[in-house]
Design a protein around this ligand. Sequence first.
Ligand code: LHQ
Length: 260
Amino acid sequence: MEPVLVSIEAGVQRITLNRPDKLNAFDPALRKGLADAMARAESDDAIRCLLVSGAGRGFCAGQDLTERDMKAAGPIDLGSGLDIAYNPLIKRMRALPKPIVCAVNGVAAGAGANFALACDIVLAARSASFIQAFVKIGLVPDCGGTYFLPRLAGTQRAMALAMTGERLSAEDAERWGLIWKCVDDAQLKIESEKISVALASGPTRSLGLIKKAIYASAGNTLAEQLDLERDLQREIGKGPDYREGVTTFLEKRKPAFKGQ
Ligand code: LHQ
């Protein structure tokens, strides 16, 4: 069974984590499948939006805890796994100049929760949940959890989620601003497809620069951010999609963005 299912249609690259028996926990093959899908997304202009989801009842239970032999002697270096696989993946997702939509179909725990939060627009089924499970096994959050959580939910909520490992419902995740929307389970596929297909026919370069600007704001002063907006606007204004947008608005037609 392929650990990651990938299909491309209507400009959307659909990426499905596919180890349902293990709640799609990350093992080497699944991580490799994700890295390959990212490489394709980076190089293929036909892909204008990514849609990530999980097969079965879970989204992703984080690192596969059976991967490492806990009885083996000697100190364990978890840093190298982060350096080699997880950190590059998260950095590539944030740097990709295309939107990544995430449809969290079930529990998202540990690295699985933070992988979801690294996506650009996150929807979750009402029955889904988010667990910073790391503390339960004596670890600290990784995959950007300590970066995303305080920024999305505030220091107090980030601290309590990380220190207690308490399960956060999709409804609370929406209320707290961790995710874009919580939808009824039966609506998750429909809603996430709808938004992904719409984004895939959008002005892709604008979307990529919007992503860049929004993420840059966390480390910028207002003055720096204003300068960045000016630079990005200057750059995007030279492209064909701006002309298409304004022309079709004035002519009361629907724009056909090329994404260039
Ligand atoms: C699993 C897993 C799993 C293997 C469920 N592995 N089999 C860490 C170290 C190194 C470097 C990089 O980063 C990390 C980051 C991390 O991600 S640390 C956090 C790792 N994840 C967890 O600690 C979560 C562990 N899982 C759970 O707490 C529960 O499974 C949750 C709360 C996610 C779901 O609970 P249930 O709905 O009750 O499902 P379940 O526990 O019965 O799981 C179903 C199956 O999936 C079961 O297998 P089995 O053969 O017994 O049916 C689990 O063993 C397996 N599974 N998570 N991470």
